[in-house]
Design a protein around this ligand. Structure first.
Ligand SMILES: C[S@@+](CC[C@H](N)C(=O)[O-])C[C@H]1O[C@@H](n2cnc3c(N)ncnc32)[C@H](O)[C@@H]1O
Length: 306
């Protein structure tokens, strides 16, 4: 959905833009090519992606690539001495580059260490997370982040094997799911959804997304656009709920429930629902099939005090 994202970002050659999820730098290069005196700050929490995007953008002096989590966007922009931006793009989730490298531990098809961190230098790996989580919390994560039906049964087997020292490789996790559902013929769909749920939990993806959206709305200039592409219903729900809440009057209540202050809507929604990929794009790129793009525009601040 690169062209749709560019269309809705409405790039101005003198504007300042953020690509919060640089990946291999595909979207960043398209944005940078439209800039003249403008600036582009691209970030990624994965150092490998930062190196690749840096290489791709090396001939664009108006672009820089920073190794950071987009939930820290405010700090990144302060460090760059940028105090307002005209557009932010978030292309959330995992990249094919990460999934395709078995050693990163995202793939259920190829065996590798059970890692799954987008930033291997920060926080626990998937194996470490599974060593610390309770059966209830794991089952809840599988249900909420992967829509896994038999979440309780799968969580029990994963943690039994973890305690027996048999949960160190992606192959161990995939086998735990298959063996729990051994009456299912072929590869059970739950292998993919369990991996998705563990990945989202390990990288705290929904929490980062909430904080990233807050930071982006905070730093957008009036008229600036926020474009978010997500691949999972949980991510899309976070975006939809935030956009809805911020495009209405926001009331701050006192402890006893009285209205302390009212803030005018911070966002306008140029398209009300999600934009989805064309049939052609979904056919060409099966991973894009579940993508949803949402767009919001920053309104001028309008605080209405009580
Ligand atoms: C779908 S890919 C982006 C692909 C990119 N738009 C391109 O054109 O190549 C998602 C990227 O976002 C990064 N990412 C995910 N969550 C992030 C976060 N909270 N902060 C920074 N980067 C993040 C991942 O490491 C991954 O490289």
């Amino acid at each position: 959905m690169a062209q749709e994202a560019l269309h809705w970002l409405a790039i101005r050659p003198d504007g300042t833009y953020v690509d919060a999820t640089a990946g291999a730098g595909g979207h960043s290069a398209l944005i940078a090519a439209l800039l003249d005196t403008g600036r582009l700050v691209s970030l990624d929490r994965d150092a490998t992606a930062v190196a690749m995007a840096g290489e791709r953008l090396k001939n664009f002096p108006q672009a820089c690539v920073v190794h950071a989590n987009y939930s820290d966007l405010n700090q990144v922009l302060r460090d760059e001495d940028i105090h307002g931006v005209d557009g932010v793009l978030i292309d959330a989730g995992v990249s094919s580059m990460q999934i395709d490298r078995a050693e990163r531990g995202f793939s259920f098809q190829e065996d590798g260490p059970l890692d799954m961190r987008m930033d291997p230098g920060s926080g626990p790996s998937a194996a470490e997370w599974l060593a610390s989580v309770s059966e209830e919390a794991l089952a809840a994560a599988l249900r909420d982040l992967g829509d896994v039906g038999p979440a309780r049964r799968i969580a029990k087997v994963i943690l039994e094997r973890q305690r027996a020292g048999r949960m160190n490789r992606t192959g161990d996790l995939a086998a735990a799911v298959r063996d729990t559902l051994d009456f299912v013929r072929g590869e059970p769909g739950e292998v993919r959804t369990v991996f998705q749920a563990v990945r989202i939990a390990v990288n705290r993806e929904l929490e980062c997304l909430r904080r990233g959206l807050e930071a982006a709305v905070d730093v957008l200039n009036p008229g600036g656009r926020l474009v978010v592409i997500s691949f999972h219903s949980g991510e899309d729900r976070v975006v939809k709920d935030a956009f809805r809440a911020w495009s209405r009057l926001e009331k701050e209540l006192t402890r006893d429930g009285r209205v302390r202050s009212v803030r005018g809507p911070r966002l306008r929604l140029p398209v009300s629902g999600p934009v989805t990929p064309s049939e052609d794009e979904a056919r060409l790129n099966p991973r894009a099939k579940s993508a949803k793009m949402r767009v919001a525009e920053r309104r001028a601040a309008a605080a209405i005090e009580e």
